[in-house]
Ligand binder design. Sequence first.
Ligand SMILES: [Zn+2]
Length: 208
Amino acid sequence: MAGCCNHDTKFDGLSSDYKRRLWLVIAINAIMFAVEMGAGHMARSQALQADALDFLGDALTYGISLAVIGASVRVRTNAALFKAVSLLVMGLWVMGSTLYRVFYVGVPEAQIMGVIGFMALVANLTSVALLVRYKDGDANVRSVWLCSRNDAIGNVAVMLAAAGVWGSTSGWPDLLVAGIMGGLFLSSAMQIFRQAVDERRALTQPVT
Ligand SMILES: [Zn+2]
């Protein structure tokens, strides 16, 4: 689900075919960020906006991971720290704006939520299809694959929220799903931060 995606994607020795597919996945994620964020504003849906941020986070993660191929551990832990900070900012923004909505409740547009949620699902399934050939490769490749698959589950949650909003004519299902996604952003930020700090500490420790 949202924010699930592991930062630990250190691509090494990639085939040009895999790189091409990865660039396609990055483009899909970037485009879906823009589409879903715009639609989220139009529909006044917190869940859509949170899901959009997950696309942005993934596009950045894969892009940075590709960029730091072969770089030193220090550079790679810096990239991880950047990812942790951006997840933290995303999580705080989602939690804050969702909390605001709790007190100024409006009913989001369920139809837009459902349609865009479905588009996001198709985008993530397309990414899964692009990467499926490499899913049994090394752990890093596997984590990208698992990430797109888990995001597809998040898209289904957005569609369920749309159905809930439509059925109850209230904004609560939207806020609930957005709150869960915001919480996942924050918990992955903490995990990534802790792991990066550990790796950094291992660098400075003398060999015994
Ligand atoms: Zn993701």
